[in-house]
Design a protein around this ligand. Structure first.
Ligand SMILES: [Zn+2]
Length: 188
């Protein structure tokens, strides 16, 4: 029986090693690296996503201030990156899925959607759902025009981003189900 029309992992590896752009920097992976890496099952990716979210929730999120300056901001960002230990593997896995779906620029989709997923508050109203009066930080009582009162930022990367957001939800649901069924079987 013909399993799939996709090249098997060895063929993928061979074509990837023959790719002329295989020399990549440590932080900027090409599609060649994505091909070589193996994809995880949704529940495994889901539990890594949940771990990443708790790392994000437990870390402070730097905001640039003119008074403190760019050097302090970049330092804070580097510290945050050190706290998000699950990020590189999760980003890679999300990019593998984007690549499987034939999305353009899989790493960009992965990074953008993950950033949205971790901090999905609307930037205009800070998630309060109402317009903030400029310079006061107080709400005007009018529904926020940017998020239309949802309090959430819209998913980046258009249709590709939406598809990925649904996939991320599916993976975290599977991970939660797995946790629940483990707790259940231990309780007996
Ligand atoms: Zn808003």
């Amino acid at each position: 029986m013909q399993e799939t029309t996709r090249p098997d992992i060895n063929e993928q590896y061979t074509s990837a090693t023959h790719a002329s752009n295989l020399r990549v920097e440590a932080d900027r992976k090409s599609s060649a690296d994505i091909l070589i890496a193996a994809g995880w099952a949704p529940a495994r990716l889901g539990s890594a996503l949940l771990r990443l979210h708790s790392e994000w929730d437990g870390a402070s999120h730097p905001k640039f201030s003119k008074a403190a300056g760019m050097a302090v901001y970049l330092h804070d960002m580097a510290m945050l990156r050190g706290r998000l230990k699950s990020l590189p593997a999760v980003r890679e896995q999300v990019a593998i899925q984007a690549d499987r779906w034939g999305m353009e620029n899989p790493l960009h989709v992965a990074a953008s959607v993950l950033q949205w997923w971790l901090a999905r508050q609307c930037q205009a109203c800070n998630g309060t759902k109402f317009e903030v009066i400029a310079g006061t930080g107080r709400q005007s009582g009018k529904v926020c025009r940017v998020c239309h009162g949802s309090g959430e930022a819209s998913v980046p990367c258009g249709e590709a981003g939406k598809r990925m957001a649904i996939f991320i939800d599916m993976c975290t649901d599977k991970a939660r189900q797995q946790i629940r069924s483990r707790l259940h079987s231990h309780g007996r």
